[in-house]
Design a protein. Structure first.
Length: 302
């Protein structure tokens, strides 16, 4: 069974628990200083996002696997060659917002503005590439922000992958379907057969009525890996799953801020093992871009 492999292409300062700790005005200075120090020792200068992403591209090429890259528009603006390289490798591009602001911090008009800026950016960086998938930063699609579904349809998006079907302290919504479905904008946890967008929710395994996230990110780093693989095999008995990885969490050189202990644990725990775990998953399961998986399921037609 084909499963959806997704890469959330964001930089080390974009995560929700980090971005408020590093003002936008300091991001460039911090990145430049970090790169300069490493360049002095390695003799080679690459932006942090490239140092984290290029090894992922190499890994996927070696195994002949294609993925969906949910791109933050700021990354495309500042690193167009990286986006062009991703397209040249045959991967799918999708949208992860322009600024990585969660939907609950935006108005409908602000989302429209971000989607328009994203469209202009991509048409400049990779002309002719059509983006049809969206993932809200911080999985911020819930019943507070269901209005976003209609706006995504306005901009020609055909599928979304923003629903986290278990409540966490930061995001998530309960009682959602676990397999891809068409959500209602009035209650994103319910199915609307007339809905224009297909939702591919984050993958969880149900154990004794408890939903356990095993879809990537912190959960993939922190949970016992044998449990993760077992859970994914159980999911595959009835439906495809999706996993997500951030380039910054596969790179031991990722800059780290002095976050409060809980935030530091969630953001940085086990970064040194993430690439190894990803390699094992690529060897154990079959993967393809999210759009391909949805097409094979008959969820996307025409």
């Amino acid at each position: 069974m084909l499963n959806a492999l997704t890469i959330d292409l964001e930089d080390w300062y974009h995560p929700e628990l980090v971005r408020h700790r590093l003002p936008t005005s300091r991001r460039k200075d911090s990145e430049t200083l970090t790169d300069r120090k490493r360049g002095e020792t390695s003799g080679e200068w690459k932006p942090q996002i490239e140092r984290c992403t290029l090894p992922l591209l190499d890994l996927l090429r070696e195994r002949g696997i294609k993925a969906t890259f949910f791109v933050v528009g700021e990354i495309a603006q500042h690193h167009p060659r990286l986006i062009a390289a991703i397209v040249a490798e045959g991967h799918e591009l999708a949208c992860h917002g322009m600024s990585h602001r969660p939907l609950w911090q935006m108005t409908p008009d602000e989302l429209r503005s971000e989607l328009q800026e994203f469209a202009v950016t991509m048409s400049t960086v990779v002309p002719g590439v059509k983006v049809t998938g969206f993932r809200a930063p911080t999985f911020s699609l819930d019943n507070r922000t269901g209005w976003a579904l209609g706006i995504l349809s306005e901009f020609g998006y055909r599928y979304d992958s923003s629903v986290f079907p278990v409540r966490t302290p930061v995001y998530g919504i309960t009682n959602c379907p676990l397999a891809p479905y068409r959500p209602s904008s009035e209650d994103v946890s319910t199915i609307d057969e007339r809905g224009t967008l297909v939702e591919f929710p984050m993958s969880v395994w149900t154990l004794a009525g408890l939903r356990v996230p095993v879809c990537g990110g912190f959960y993939l780093r922190a949970l016992p890996f044998r449990f993760v693989k077992f859970s994914l095999r159980q999911i595959n008995q009835s439906r495809p799953f999706t996993i997500y990885v951030h380039p910054w969490e596969t790179c031991p050189e990722t800059p780290r801020l002095a976050l409060p202990l809980p935030s530091r644990f969630v953001t940085y725990y086990n970064i040194g093992t993430m690439m190894h775990r990803l390699v094992e998953l690529l060897d154990a399961f079959s993967f393809a871009p999210m759009r391909t998986v949805l097409e094979e399921m008959g969820q996307l037609t025409g």
